[in-house]
Design a protein around this ligand. Structure first.
Ligand code: MV4
Length: 445
């Protein structure tokens, strides 16, 4: 087992990893930028090393600085959290070259899922359903027109180096294709330094349902059921839950088996997530695989009663997994509390938290790195807390969440709490009958 883990991250996830390490008797090293000197992950770790200036490129993305911090503190593992370097194959490789275990998959596994066309081809070979679409990269506008005719409109253009929705274009009819093709290519080149784009049939009003998986070094892969992440705004998830209100035992069986096939196809080791689009007829299609721990991992932890960070660390240390699949025993909902103004287009609202009271009580878990007097720096992600409500039924979990949100006091900054309070009372949300388009028509009162 690891003796000392360096956490190459900040905020609530750094704290989350420190908590599990402490339970496992593993020492921790925090790294921090000069903007995060007063952060809780710095105070709660056994050691802390400053790795640079506030900008991510100078600190949390600065590989030489992070490796130097790992070497001087004698860390034998690096946990990347999510975001930053979590899906950077080069970083995982450099960790290996320094004899420090990257707590996650191998560089080859990250690369296999990083290029979306490669990932899709791998899934087709493995027998995992994918969205009907053309063959490989679009080679020209004419090729795009030919492929679209074959697939049938509407179609969607995506960047092969993309993911998470960036640079996508929906095309409803042939006359729109030329402009969409050109802008998608320019955006892909600018965002990912790779202008390769491909085409798929556009699935209208889908649900986003993802399956949590875990695989070990001995070829065993299991799933831990689904999370429904359909409540999104501009590709930013705001609420996640498990089980999905759209799920049936038959669909879980089928999607779980497909997710295991997907992870097995690349001999996946570590925890990971297979994202699917699900249409109204419950057809499901592989979208992408996240080769990291995710923000929303907590809802799965609560419904299957499993510490996923502990599992991830044990897998990296070479422990075998049980190989069993896990079904939700409870219902869990997570609301992301961001320092943003929901009345003003969710504009970031950094600043000093003057007064803070975090909710608690039966069925409530709060994962957060903020405290009264803490100043939220403007340089990073605006998420300041995750509230997770757990109950036996979805209705109870929603009511528990509303109660917790209503006792939350945060003064000095704007937050997404008013948005979540209204959502928990929204009849359509409460009915469970919504898809990824739901928030487009949701108006804050
Ligand atoms: C799609 C789609 C419809 N059809 N692909 C958005 C994130 C990226 N991973 C892929 N995304 C989508 N891909 C096809 N063929 C609709 C979306 C999509 C979406 C997906 C999940 C959650 C929210 C979304 C919001 C808009 C579009």
């Amino acid at each position: 087992m690891f003796k000392k883990i360096l956490i190459a991250n900040r905020g609530e996830i750094a704290l989350r990893v420190i908590r599990t390490c402490r339970e496992m008797g593993i020492k921790t090293v925090a790294v921090y930028s000069t903007a995060d000197k007063e952060s809780l992950h710095v105070k709660f770790s056994d050691e802390a090393v400053c790795i640079g200036k506030p900008a991510s490129a100078d600190s949390y993305l600065n590989i030489p600085h992070i490796m130097a911090a790992a070497e001087i503190t004698n860390a034998d593992g690096i946990h990347p959290g999510y975001g930053f370097l979590a899906e950077n194959a080069k970083f995982a490789e450099i960790c290996g070259e320094h004899g420090i275990k990257f707590i996650g998959p191998t560089p080859a596994m990250i690369n296999a899922m990083g290029d979306k066309i490669t990932a899709k081809e791998t899934m087709i070979k493995a027998g995992v359903p994918v969205v009907p679409g053309g063959e490989g990269l679009l080679s020209s506008l004419q090729n795009a027109l030919d492929q679209a005719k074959e697939i049938g409109y509407p179609v969607i253009l995506k960047a092969t180096a993309g993911g998470g929705g960036k640079g996508m274009r929906v095309v409803w009819e042939p006359s729109e294709l030329e402009k969409a093709y050109n802008t998608a290519k320019i955006e892909a080149a600018a965002s990912f330094k790779n202008d390769g784009i491909y085409m798929e049939k556009f699935v209208e009003e889908p649900r986003h349902i993802e399956i949590q998986v875990a695989g070990d070094q001995y070829g065993k892969v299991c799933h831990l059921s689904e999370r429904d992440c359909s409540i999104q705004r501009r590709h930013q998830k705001l609420v996640e839950e498990s089980p999905s209100p759209f799920m049936t035992p038959e669909l879980r069986e089928k999607m779980g088996a497909a997710a295991i096939k997907a992870a097995s196809a690349i001999n996946y080791e570590s925890v990971g997530t297979i994202e699917f689009l699900v249409d109204k007829h419950r057809n499901f299609y592989f979208m992408e695989m996240n080769t990291r721990i995710q923000v929303e991992h907590c809802v799965t932890e609560e419904v299957v009663n499993y510490d996923l960070i502990k599992e991830q660390i044990k897998i990296a240390a070479g422990d075998p997994i049980s190989g069993l699949n896990y079904e939700p025993q409870m219902h869990a909902i997570e609301c992301r509390i961001n320092a943003e103004d929901p009345y003003n287009d969710f504009r970031p609202s950094p600043g000093r938290i003057a007064v803070l009271h975090q909710p608690g009580g039966h069925g409530i878990r709060v994962d957060s790195h903020v405290y009264a007097g803490y100043s939220i720096p403007p340089y990073y992600d605006s998420m300041i807390a995750k509230i997770i409500a757990v109950a036996r039924t979805r209705r109870e979990a929603i009511d528990t969440m509303h109660r917790a949100l209503s006792e939350y006091v945060i003064e000095g900054i704007k937050t997404t709490i008013p948005f979540h309070l209204q959502l928990m009372k929204d009849e359509r949300f409460r009915s469970g009958n919504f898809n990824t388009k739901f928030l487009e028509s949701f108006k804050l009162a």
